[in-house]
Ligand binder design. Structure first.
Ligand SMILES: [Fe+2]
Ligand SMILES: [Fe+2]
Length: 475
């Protein structure tokens, strides 16, 4: 069950050849996908041989195989974690019943919406990142970018498989629409706002893979609890790929910080102007990028109070993060949770029914997880002996969804006036000048083992290869 058949046009571990209709439908979608990859995938890279990992089995041990591949020849396919025998629904109104192997008619519309929304983020991030290869800081980083890109492409395959297999004609139409929307395009944008923002430079890319791919992790973890078993199994396997994306972000930022700290110690200065003259990214600029990506990403969890969130949970479509490890009744009726509201010009916590606050519950779990990496970045700064601490901004800072949308709040959580916001926003969020400076650093470094001046080399290569390995052959 767990081994993958690569002899087929579409590699899979779901016995695709036994379902001719489905196989045909997916084989018709495949060239459209490849066309999309050609148009919207990594710019100017079609002929490169890239040292990529490909899944060979979904077993926890050794699912990956490494080798140089041209990206358009990457074997995108359909991989599900093995089925758990007699899996039971473990939360919501159907708790204790057998997990669904098919879509219950009454939940069809909601399940489709959940799958489409998740699926839409996958090609969106490839589109957002498509020009980054032109300004990579090293071959090692270029390879990591491409690895993330091909895997996001595979995540799209994962969602399209579910749409085709379980949602008939509607599902096939959604599969086409997923290839037609475009990140940032005015008349046909991607569904969620963070996926319409630009990822213009590598500092943004590392922040995105740290913060926004982590949103992916939390959404996938919640879907991995789903009563709809094929969705649970699909997302479980996607999570194993997601871990590498977050690693790229965390280690990327860590290396930027490490380089900056080295320059600070060398030049004995914390003056951003002097550090910029030396071609590194000053820590306050890193903090502003962090503020931006953190706030835009926590919006992805949705409104703090949401009847949809309650419905998705009670009907068993989407669980909480680590639902199985929690010790409550897994139905949550009559329980409450605290959310933030602005009352009389102040942020107050108010109790609301927990079922309606499940977006907020997931957002809070996400925040706890994100802070972990920020603390590890601070260790790098501390080790260099520099008195500076990165922090995540207050949850109410720069929010655009739910009851906090549009309220002006400082990074330390004070409700402030429009005037104070306007006066200080450039010290809290990347200014035009910050973005222009970071953009000015982005030049292409591709000699094996060489790194751009603004980032330190990694501690280790990929798959135990040396750092100066030829991760990308340009042909
Ligand atoms: Fe993904
Ligand atoms: Fe990802």
């Amino acid at each position: 069950m767990s081994s993958i058949d690569y002899s087929e046009k579409i590699p899979n571990n779901v016995n695709l050849s036994e379902d001719r209709t489905l196989q045909r439908a997916l084989e018709q979608w495949q060239p459209n996908y490849l066309q999309w990859w050609g148009d919207m995938g990594p710019d100017g890279s079609q002929n490169f041989d890239v040292y990529l990992r490909t899944a060979v089995s979904v077993d926890p041990q050794g699912w990956a195989q490494f080798g140089h591949v041209k990206m358009p020849d990457y074997r995108w396919g359909i991989f599900l974690n093995p089925a758990e025998a007699d899996r039971k629904i473990h939360f919501g109104d159907h708790k204790g019943e057998a997990a669904w192997q098919d879509v219950p008619g009454e939940y069809r519309a909601n399940l489709r919406r959940i799958i489409v929304t998740q699926g839409d983020t996958e090609p969106a991030s490839v589109e957002q990142q498509r020009h980054l290869g032109l300004t990579c800081p090293s071959q090692y980083d270029l390879r990591n970018l491409f690895q993330v890109n091909v895997e996001e492409g595979r995540h799209l395959w994962a969602m399209v498989y579910l749409l085709h297999k379980y949602f008939g004609r509607d599902g096939r139409e959604e599969g086409e629409a997923l290839l037609e929307r475009r990140s940032g395009q005015e008349d046909n944008p991607r569904i969620l706002q963070a996926f319409n923002e630009e990822t213009p430079d590598w500092l943004s890319f590392f922040m995105f893979t740290y913060f926004t791919d982590r949103d992916g992790k939390f959404q996938l973890c919640a879907l991995a609890e789903s009563s709809f078993d094929p969705l649970a199994r699909t997302t479980k396997f996607m999570l194993t790929e997601e871990a590498h994306h977050m690693f790229v972000g965390e280690s990327g930022i860590s290396r930027v910080i490490s380089r900056t700290c080295a320059a600070m110690n060398e030049l004995k200065t914390d003056d951003p102007a002097k550090l910029r003259a030396a071609g590194v990214i000053d820590l306050p600029t890193i903090q502003r990028y962090l503020n931006f990506h953190f706030s835009v990403t926590i919006d992805l969890f949705g409104a703090d109070e949401s009847s949809n969130a309650a419905t998705f949970y009670s009907t068993g479509l989407k669980g909480r993060y680590e639902e199985g490890k929690r010790v409550d009744d897994h139905q949550l009726k009559g329980q409450s949770y605290r959310v933030l509201k602005v009352q009389g010009g102040q942020l107050n916590e108010v109790e609301v029914p927990m079922l309606n606050a499940l977006n907020e519950v997931l957002r809070d779990d996400y925040i706890t997880d994100s802070v972990g990496g920020v603390n590890r970045w601070n260790k790098v700064i501390e080790k260099a002996g520099i008195p500076f601490k990165l922090t995540v901004p207050h949850k109410a800072f720069h929010r655009n969804i739910g009851s906090l949308a549009g309220v002006k709040v400082s990074p330390d959580g004070r409700v402030i006036s429009e005037a104070e916001w306007a006066a200080k926003v450039d010290s809290w969020l990347p200014s035009g000048a910050d973005r222009a400076y970071v953009a000015s650093l982005m030049g292409r470094v591709v000699e094996p083992g060489k790194f751009a001046n603004w980032i330190a080399p990694p501690v280790m290569g990929i798959n135990r290869q040396p750092i100066d390995f030829d991760y990308v052959r340009f042909n």
